[in-house]
Ligand binder design. Sequence first.
Ligand code: UGA
Length: 482
Amino acid sequence: MNVKETILYSVVIASIGLSNIYARRSVDDAIRNPDEVKIVMIGAGYVGLVTGACFAAKQYAVTVVEKDQRKINALHNRQIPFYEPDLVDLVDAGFRRGSLKFSDNIASALASAPHFIFLCVGTPPLPDGSADLTFVRQAAQEIGANLQEYAIVITKSTVPVGSADMVKAEIQNQLTLRNTDILFDVASNPEFLKEGEAVKDFFEPDRVVIGAGSEQVHTLMSALYRPFVKTNNQLICMNIPSAELTKYAANAMLATRISFMNQMALLADKVGADVEAVRAGIASDTRIGPEFLKAGIGYGGSCFPKDVTALADMGRQHDQPMTLIEAVDAVNLAQREYFIKRIFDHYNGNVAGKTIGILGLAFKPNTDDIRCAPSIDVMKALIAAGALVVAYDPVARENMQRMFEQEGIKGQYCFVNAAIEILHDADAVIILTQWDEFKRLPAQAFASLRDKVVFDGRNIFDPISMTSAGLTYITIGRNMPR
Ligand code: UGA
């Protein structure tokens, strides 16, 4: 670039910067009065609905856009398509107050000139483990095709590093096709919502991560989230790639802790140690802390399995092997096989004709989500081997039943409405989700099992109480000799 070109280039960049600053002023003005802040959430899935309802609770005017008309109809009748404590009441309150609206029409939602547009569409895993960005791309194109005024477009969906650039390019392409020069900014604002505690996590976040390319966008996004944090230190601003990577790093770190403890548990079984004692021994070190160190049958759900493989894939794309992350995934899959093998070993490889009760189907308590749940693999292995499987879960039973029907699973199995129906007529019980109602069962509740054996994939009982009640109690990492 020669001197003349450099000066011209600087002038163009400066004028774009100035016009963006001017455009952002509309958002800056609105943010001073919560009810003037207009937000569009694209996607009424888990993240879009929770985020939209929580923003609406702080008086922001929120429109959740969803293509699926059935979902919209259900939401208008306050029916939430999944189980999440507190969400129904929150949606109902927002709806009554008028701060929460649902629409199947992105054009009319964007015609209201929202200040913030959140992308909350799904990013399911592709067969090679990478994240499928089809819905993100489509949503970005629709934003570009319908944007009327300056807005900040934020990716909240979990997307690989570089996705915000893709979103920006897709929007810009559409604006160019429309021959319009509407300004916009992009940002990344990953979610850290645990299923079952999502509303609480949103209202009381440990932190809010904001990735943006300019200080003004950081400031506007920080102002949006200010009602949700106690101190400004909880608003962590960074560039966009850092925010995108932070999401994967957080889930991968938590998954790593779980796989670490699961492998420790297998060694504990071999050397006569108790993994719970080891956990207490390390968790008391403030550098380590107690969270996400519970050994069990492995992590499931719609996030950890998908995000761990997507991170490994991201490493491959950038020629940076993520060997640790690949091992985390491998350990997690092996954990299920280990537990299934223990069940079969107990019966010398033959479970045919046995009635096996399953307590817990959801991938964790307080959710009806069965995606990547260990219960699926355990049940399928037992059914394929000729066992009669009788399963119960307080809220996930219907989802599992539907999935089994859709997959046309052949064999002997049924779903019952109460744990007691299993305890009174089974040879053995397998615990796969640590629901409180199971934790409250006394050891004597298992006394009528014909084979007097409990396989506990979540280590919820005291081994001494269980063995003292005459039961064989098979755990993950607590099978030390007594
Ligand atoms: C996870 C993260 O915790 C959230 O911060 C994140 O926003 C979310 O993924 C997401 O990416 O959307 P979630 O999948 O709802 O949330 O569930 P977790 O509570 O994290 O549990 C994940 C799995 O780990 C469950 O199968 C659970 O049983 C297992 N787990 C958890 C253990 O095996 N041991 C533990 O000590 C803790």
